[in-house]
Design a protein around this ligand. Structure first.
Ligand SMILES: Nc1nc2c(ncn2[C@@H]2O[C@H](COP(=O)(O)OP(=O)(O)OP(=O)(O)O)[C@@H](O)[C@H]2O)c(=O)[nH]1
Ligand SMILES: [Mg+2]
Length: 267
């Protein structure tokens, strides 16, 4: 059993045990790999899990040629997949949100491999992944472990078709919908951020410098401290918190709000 695994890990594990198909098992196991803490104590468990996953995938993809393709390595605070039919403006949006330079053209299926870009939201990095519209299972499976899917569609029927593609690939990741031909890019950016359910709190060092940290909405000082250093909770004395120009002293269970500035004091 992995050391310090979050509750979500055990939920994924129970999903794995109750999975009825191999696809569902793979999906649950991919989630387990994603959720397993990465530290020295979990290395063996992680290696075993990855081995099991590889075996499971091999059974499934025996007909596939050319070896397994690597997925997209997660970077940043969250991963968002951009899913849509060809010429739905995926690459154009990826470029305007992240500054990446994917190929863009009026021809169909210009993007043939997942294209990656990093979006900055108030100093927090969000990874964007354009999924090629050929919807190969190895590409679409990136969506399974992403935090969010951004569906680009020009009509309700297109949207419905995209949802059906998700369903048939056993993808249950939260999704939001946008039409880049009618919605301003800035609105789409806000929509993505809102759907991620994150807040930004700032760490404040004793020299007064601040740096942003993204946390799930509802996180408390303990969650915040853990992200800085594992010993911060153990050695915690109190935290100083700035909110709306006021400063107060708070404890580990104090719930954070977007925009809070926090300085942790340790023993
Ligand atoms: N008017 C308008 N045209 C757009 C918009 N977004 C993309 N386009 C055009 O639509 C065409 C396809 O855009 P892409 O961004 O390459 O679309 P894609 O979904 O990445 O397409 P593939 O990768 O080829 O499947 C290009 O000619 C773009 O210039 C938009 O918001 N408004
Ligand atoms: Mg493209």
């Amino acid at each position: 059993m992995p050391v310090n695994a979050p509750a979500e890990y055990f939920m994924a594990e129970s999903k794995f045990h109750s999975a009825k198909s191999r696809e569902e098992k793979i999906a649950a196991m991919e989630e387990m790999v994603r959720l397993m803490p990465r530290h020295h104590g979990s290395e063996t468990a992680m290696a075993q899990l990855k081995q099991k996953l590889a075996k499971l995938k091999k059974e499934k993809g025996a007909k596939k040629k050319g070896g397994a393709r690597l997925g997209v390595t997660k970077e940043g605070e969250a991963q968002v997949c951009i899913l849509g039919f060809t010429n739905s403006g995926k690459s154009t949006l990826l470029k305007s949100l992240s500054g990446a330079s994917p190929g863009i053209s009026g021809y169909a299926y210009t993007t043939t491999r997942p294209e990656i870009g990093m979006m900055d939201y108030s100093g927090v990095k969000i990874q964007l992944v354009e999924i090629p519209s050929t919807f190969r299972s190895e590409d679409i499976s990136v969506c399974r472990t992403a935090e969010l899917i951004l569906l680009l569609a020009k009509s309700g029927s297109e949207l419905k078709e995209l949802e059906d593609i998700m369903k048939s690939n056993f993808i249950r990741t939260k999704a939001v919908y946008a039409n880049p031909f009618t919605e301003p890019v800035s609105d789409i950016k806000e929509k993505v951020w809102d759907a991620l359910g994150l807040i930004i709190a700032f760490t404040r060092k004793s020299d007064g410098t601040k740096s942003p940290m993204a946390l799930p909405d509802g996180s408390n000082i303990s969650d915040f401290a853990k992200r800085i250093h594992k010993d911060f909770v153990k050695n915690f004395r109190f935290a100083r918190l700035w909110r709306n120009g006021m400063v107060k002293q708070v404890g580990l269970s104090y719930v954070l709000e977007h925009g809070d500035i926090v300085e942790i004091r340790v023993k």
